[in-house]
Design a protein around this ligand. Structure first.
Ligand SMILES: [Zn+2]
Ligand SMILES: [Zn+2]
Length: 385
């Protein structure tokens, strides 16, 4: 089969927006798409339109009462703040915005379209950068996430294709919503690498969260120390992910590519550079071809340095998925176009310079703690032994 990659996109994705001051800003998707286009890496053959998720697709993973509350919240008359609606809606993190049901349904539908294209064999890989809403729960909006597009896509894949799914989450925050949705399911292996919940929202993602019932052992968590750098990140990833592919032998892999583990990210305390956003997708890509006939669905996620980090990280992700070569440098035309609006100096190359930040004082201790975390995490996954 020809290696084909789908880019799920519509400008209507930009309607998933909590407001000008909110950190989850769809402008980052716009900036990324513009950079990808500027590089000539997005052709008509790549682009597939999203469609709204159906209620049936939402109800596979969400309580109908919650969905109805989201519908109602999005249609509130002006002047009402909806703080009495509940279900995690109308909070500081996840405020109500007009037509929030429609906007989020389109994001969910985008990831379901991505899943369908890959599972039906029309393409090998598919990307929905607007997706990755991994915190949304069955009956609760949480952490900037209204509906869980990943959960809905996994449930769709199980229902329609009876396939086994490996879910890899490298967002700096724990992939809690997806984990809880499939916590008792041995056909969905979820693995999350994140900054330890001791210091960061949502506070979960401890090693001991391993699944329940028949799903015991099919939930893996690797809580990383604050200030973890590239070396330790990548060693940790490499010492776990190939095992999971070879032992679990999924039919398809879904990766969540939040890029908020970067040193510049204002919401987290990890110290990665863009190098990990080149190397992580590369590893996933190779293993997807080795183990699951190339079936790979990728989504976006967090990433709150929208000027310096997200466009570079996700352009590298797209280049990897679509098997196109990137130059080392960011096109000057893109920099000239956006610099006047940017509050920071835009970087000139995809990879960060080695002196991006001063040396981390406790580096050796952090690396050792992460090594111990990997050993403890793998030790409790029975099917790996
Ligand atoms: Zn490929
Ligand atoms: Zn995040």
């Amino acid at each position: 089969m020809m290696d084909r990659t789908a880019f799920i996109y519509s400008d209507a994705f930009l309607a998933y927006k909590f407001g000008e001051e909110h950190p989850f800003n769809p402008k980052r998707v716009e900036l990324t798409v513009d950079l990808i286009r500027e590089l000539g890496l997005l052709q008509q053959k790549h682009i597939f339109q999203p469609r709204p998720a159906t209620l049936e697709e939402l109800f596979r993973v969400h309580d109908p009462n919650f969905v109805h509350a989201v519908q109602k919240a999005g249609k509130l008359p002006p002047g009402q703040d909806g703080s009495d609606i509940g279900f995690g809606l109308g909070t500081e993190d996840t405020p109500i915005f007009p037509n929030m049901h429609e906007a989020t349904s389109l994001v969910v539908g985008g990831t379901v379209v991505a899943a369908d294209l890959v599972m039906s064999g029309k393409v090998n890989h598919a990307l929905n950068l607007a997706g990755g809403l991994h915190h949304a729960r069955r009956s609760e909006a949480s952490g900037f996430c209204v509906y869980n597009d990943i959960g809905a896509a996994i449930a769709y894949i199980k229902d329609r294709y009876h396939a086994r799914v490996l879910y890899i989450d490298t967002d700096a925050h724990h992939g809690d919503g997806v984990q809880w949705m499939f916590y008792d399911d041995p056909d969905v292996l979820t693995v999350s690498f994140h900054e330890t919940g001791k210091y960061l929202y949502p506070g979960t993602g401890d090693i001991e969260e391993r699944g329940t019932g028949r799903g015991y052992g099919y939930s893996l968590n690797i809580p990383l120390e604050p200030f973890t750098e590239d070396e330790s990140w990548l060693t940790t990833f490499e010492s776990i992910i190939p095992h999971l592919f070879h032992k679990f032998r999924p039919d398809v892999v879904i990766s969540q590519n939040g890029c908020d583990a970067h040193h510049f990210d204002p919401l987290t305390h990890l110290s990665a550079t863009t190098r990990i956003y080149r190397d992580i997708p590369k590893m996933v890509h190779q293993l997807a071809h080795e183990v699951c006939e190339g079936r790979w669905i990728a989504v976006g996620g967090g990433g709150y340095d929208i000027w310096r980090v997200v466009p570079r990280a996700w352009t590298m992700l797209w280049a990897e998925l679509s098997e196109q070569t990137l130059p080392d440098e960011i096109p000057q035309t893109w920099i000239d176009k956006w610099q006047p609006q940017a509050p920071v100096t835009l970087p000139t190359s995809f990879l960060d310079p080695p002196d991006l930040f001063p040396p981390i004082p406790r580096r050796a201790e952090i690396e050792e703690k992460n090594r111990i975390t990997v050993r403890r995490s793998l030790f409790g996954a029975p099917f790996l032994l």
